[in-house]
Design a protein around this ligand. Structure first.
Ligand code: GLA
Length: 381
């Protein structure tokens, strides 16, 4: 079903070479507008692409790290609000250490001690997080400039980002070609389609690291957001956030979000939550991986905004921004202290290369990695 959807999407894609796409008629496909966002230290220009759908929802995305800079969606009164953290300029993105808004790769989340063995060869990666490898290393996909191509599709305005990661980059084997298509659909969904191929066996775990606050970025903590996660199990970790290998039932623990619960209700409640200083754990999503299914729903009572997460991935990292500390340098001069946003990072489980029982993250030549995640927005009374 995913493949046929992708095919249909590909067939109705119209590439806009000039970087400016406008709906041909009122009620058309929406627009993509390109403008300058600044210059990299090596002189490369970075652009910001503004996707506006037929209903007026808007996403701004840069080709540095493929970061979503802003995402404006309606509340219950139809008022648009920006529901993601971000920065007003490129410097903000160059200086941050929180992966705010960015695409993550090659390997989202952690690999224990930065080591894994593939086909009998041991690979050594950067240990950039408490002795472990995190989010692709020192210069992961969040810190590179992607090639961008605006598109208009039947579903809504879109942006295709591509990046070629060379063999050995950040210690990973194989030259990897990654394409990510962001579509702001006319149903107020931010849809993310990932596609990757390699010329040598490698490991891969792509995700997106937007920090959400459905009451609006900079509006305070997210502890009263109500969360449902369609996961009966999670992967408990050691003190450095590496999974022990166990798939533990959430039932009777603070990880049980199978019924709608406030994020803050049990956030300090057990040893696992001390390790992450709050929620920073992978949930084993119910249903069949590979099929697009609903992973989570978040409801923000003051604005009525609802965000659903749909994904083909087997897991999802729920992170409550426990390490977040942006002091006044956020958008509109906002500060983003800890727990003022949450992340729902769809993914394969952390440290999968060292856990043969976890779903495999190995990509081999001749195979194509495909994955889809949708953040769907609406509002309720
Ligand atoms: C992920 C990790 C967290 C943290 C954030 C970025 O969610 O699991 O531990 O590293 O990214 O700050």
């Amino acid at each position: 079903m995913i493949v046929s959807r992708a095919l249909v999407a590909a067939l109705c894609v119209l590439a806009i070479g000039a970087g400016v796409a406008r709906a041909q008629r009122r009620g058309g496909a929406g627009t993509v507008r390109q403008s300058d966002f600044g210059q990299m230290p090596d002189g490369q220009r970075v652009s910001v692409y503004t996707l506006t759908n037929r209903r007026g929802a808007q996403a701004r995305i840069i080709n540095y790290g493929g970061a979503v800079v802003s995402l404006k969606v309606p509340d219950r009164k139809g008022r648009l609000g920006d529901v993601v953290l971000g920065f007003d300029n490129l410097e903000g993105y160059l200086n941050q250490t929180f992966y705010i808004g960015a695409l993550i790769g090659r390997y989202g989340n952690r690999i224990a001690r930065g080591r894994f063995t593939l086909d009998g060869v041991e690979y050594h990666l950067a240990t950039n997080n408490n002795g472990n490898h995190l989010h692709g290393g020192v210069r992961g996909f969040d810190k590179v400039v992607w090639r961008a191509r605006p598109l208009t599709t039947r579903a809504g305005p879109a942006l295709e980002l591509t990046y070629r990661s060379r063999d050995g980059e950040e210690g990973y084997p194989g030259s990897l070609t990654v394409a990510v298509i962001y579509t702001l659909t006319n149903d107020d969904e931010l849809r993310i389609d990932y596609d990757a191929t390699t010329d040598k066996a490698t490991v891969l775990n792509l995700t997106q690291h937007s920090y959400f606050n459905l009451a609006g970025e900079g509006s305070g903590d997210i502890l009263n957001h109500l969360l449902t996660i369609n996961a009966s199990r999670f992967t408990p970790t050691d003190a450095t956030s590496i999974p022990t290998g166990e798939l533990r039932a959430v039932r009777g623990t603070p990880f049980d979000f199978t019924r709608q619960t406030a994020i803050g209700a049990r956030i300090n409640a057990d040893e696992q939550l001390k390790f992450g200083s709050g929620y920073d754990h992978n949930f084993v999503l119910d249903g069949r991986a590979g099929q697009l299914r609903r992973a989570a729903e978040v409801y923000e009572p003051t604005t009525g905004r609802v965000m659903e997460v749909w994904t083909t991935e087997p897991g999802m990292q729920f992170y409550t921004g426990n390490f977040l500390a942006v002091e006044g340098g956020g958008k509109n001069g906002h500060a983003y202290p800890r727990r003022t946003a949450f992340c729902l990072e769809t993914q394969h489980y952390p440290d999968s290369p060292n856990h043969p029982a976890f779903p495999s993250t190995v990509l081999r030549p001749g195979r194509r990695f495909r994955s889809t995640t949708i953040y769907r927005f609406s509002a309720r009374p």
